[in-house]
Design a protein around this ligand. Structure first.
Ligand SMILES: [Zn+2]
Length: 290
């Protein structure tokens, strides 16, 4: 039988599908994989928040601290010991399984305080110039303790937490400051930890309970917010508020919520103010212009 070769059709090596359709297919696969990894990381981060060991949290804190408060801004100052004692006097026993708390006094005019993963409490010097009684200052510290207890700083890190936990487990980042800054760049700007209003309200409620436990009343602890409220009323709009105060429920709401809580719990909001130590607004309690 004679073999007659078939003519090879021209499109033999070309898929019947249009190349653009193929490209769209590839693109969709990449997009789906990206979304899946992103969502997966989110799940891992949420799970990590409550399962991190105190040691790992501490390592993460060591990486974040220099970014949040550059070392030259952290003051060696006698006021740190006073703040530490005040913080310890507020600390409930439930916090004993978390990393120990450390106070860092930061040379910064902002009226603010913050807490980082690993129990690093940042107190800006501006706050010490603004408070008028120990009760007010204690409320601010207790509010930050509330964030710590609820693991809000870890939650606020979101997916970055996965990378930092991994890096800490592998021993990266904590040994050199270069490594740390590279990690911070990798994981985004962690200077600003944003909390939801719900988290802020919970921290407020927690704070008031600690205050009542310490002083047997909540008197004067909200004066700070009341002064801010007066300022707002005088100006007719909310004044510029740092972390401690922004994203919070509006000042008046905040005072109302806490007053209502006190009523429900039978806590008195009347009581004597505990004075601040002399010279708290000045370096090392020495005389200054404040
Ligand atoms: Zn807060």
């Amino acid at each position: 039988m004679k073999y007659t070769p078939k003519e090879i059709p021209e499109e033999i090596n070309v898929t019947p599908v249009h190349p653009l359709v193929n490209f769209a297919h590839l693109l969709a696969t990449v997009a789906i994989a990206t979304v899946a990894i992103y969502a997966g990381l989110g799940f891992v981060a949420v799970g990590l928040v409550s399962h991190l060991s105190p040691e790992t949290e501490q390592k993460i804190g060591q990486v974040l601290l220099p970014a949040a408060a550059p070392p030259p801004l952290i003051l060696e100052d006698d006021r740190t010991q006073y703040l530490e004692q005040l913080l310890i006097s507020l600390q409930p026993s439930t916090l004993q399984f978390r990393p120990p708390l450390t106070i860092h006094l930061v040379d910064e005019p902002a009226v603010n305080a913050a807490i980082l993963p690993g129990g690093h409490v940042l107190i800006m010097t501006g706050l010490l110039e603004a408070v008028e009684s120990e009760n007010e200052l204690a409320f601010v510290l207790a509010h930050e303790l509330g964030h710590f207890e609820a693991r809000d700083p870890l939650r606020a890190m979101g997916r970055s937490l996965v990378f930092l936990a991994l890096a800490s487990a592998l021993g990266l980042g904590s040994s050199s400051s270069n490594g740390s800054s590279a990690l911070i760049t990798l994981t985004g700007n962690l200077n600003e930890l944003h909390y939801s209003r719900k988290q802020e309200s919970a921290a407020d409620q927690y704070a008031l309970s600690l205050i009542v436990q310490k002083y047997q009343h909540g008197g004067h602890s909200l004066d700070f917010f009341k002064r801010l409220q007066e300022q707002e009323t005088a100006l007719g709009f909310p004044v510029h508020q740092p972390e401690l105060l922004s994203t919070h429920p509006l000042t008046q709401n905040r005072i109302d919520n806490l007053t209502q809580l006190a009523r429900q719990q039978g806590w008195s909001l009347e009581g004597e103010a505990t004075p601040l130590p002399e010279g708290l607004a000045c370096p090392n309690f020495e005389e200054c212009d404040f």
